[in-house]
Design a protein around this ligand. Structure first.
Ligand code: F3S
Length: 281
């Protein structure tokens, strides 16, 4: 059995940067709270917890003074609330997400109704909505968005980790239906190249594999995207760690491809590879 890793996989620079910031501040004597996990990966979250970094889902649950903003960023309202209450914010927002926030803010300030292509409940999209003004909406479904558009100028951007081809399809659908009724459509390309490279190399590897294993958090948007691009090409499974491997998947498979989300540490990837090797004998 041959096991091949995708050319681009695992931690991206935004996640490495976020972890560097948080680890250099963490001190087990002074606990830091993070608004949602710093990254969507259980191994990383547990390691940070041992360093004194706790995850909270609500500002009301804050007990200490130090609060970390995750790599997904936060809305201006959340940042304002933290400052009003005297908390010290450690900002690990990825620079690519920050650029998307600025694009959303710029569009809103210049009179565009902003549409965000993305999962409305994802923390990054929640933050982007906050920067995009009151008329902003988020969805992955152009048909749902269309009836809500009333303005004459529409700005479109994407959650950073979405799939290039699907964002293009969404733009086409909107443009086609909106052109008769509006004056201007402006598109900001806010897709992250790190995730695009991982999706591209995962797809290439899938085409020469009998099975693809995608390693990463089930709650990680970019990990799910990797699974979505491989699944139409070859049998694909998304697992969080080696305990989720089902030996039946490996029967009769000669070429196994491995890829991993941008928040998956190398140790999780290596454990999966070693487990597959030991099953294969
Ligand atoms: Fe940033 Fe892209 Fe990673 S948005 S956190 S570099 S996936």
């Amino acid at each position: 059995m041959q096991i091949t890793k995708a050319r681009e996989l695992g931690f991206c620079f935004g996640v490495r940067r976020a972890l560097r910031i948080i680890e250099s501040t963490a001190d087990s004597r002074v606990r830091i709270a993070t608004l949602g996990p710093i990254v969507h990966n259980k191994t990383v979250v547990e390691r940070l917890q041992r360093l004194g970094v706790d995850v909270i889902d609500d500002l009301e649950k804050l007990t200490g003074r130090l609060v970390a903003i995750s790599s997904h960023g936060a809305s201006p309202a959340t940042l304002q609330k933290l400052s009003d209450r005297g908390f010290e914010a450690i900002d690990t927002t990825c620079p690519i997400v920050r650029s998307a926030q600025k694009a959303a803010q710029r569009l809103a300030k210049t009179g565009f109704s902003v549409i965000i292509y993305g999962e409305a409940n994802h923390p990054e999209v929640q933050g982007l909505l906050g920067w995009a003004g009151e008329s902003a909406t988020a969805s992955m479904d152009a048909n749902k968005i269309l009836p809500t558009i009333t303005g004459k100028r529409v700005g479109i951007l994407s959650q950073t980790t979405q799939i290039h081809a699907e964002f293009a399809f969404f733009i086409n659908q909107l443009t086609d239906r909106l052109l008769p009724q509006i004056q201007e459509i402006r598109v900001a390309n806010t897709l992250c190249q790190e995730t695009q490279k991982r999706q591209q190399t995962a797809k290439e590897l899938a085409s020469s594999s009998d099975l693809m294993i995608v390693v990463g958090g089930h709650n990680s948007a970019n990990t799910r995207r990797l699974s979505e691009v491989c699944a139409p090409v070859v049998e694909t499974y998304l697992i969080e760690n080696c305990d989720e491997i089902d030996t039946r998947w490996l029967r009769g498979k000669k070429a196994i491809g491995i890829t991993a989300g941008t928040s998956t540490p190398d140790e999780d990837i290596e454990q999966v590879i070693q487990t597959i090797k030991s099953i294969a004998g």
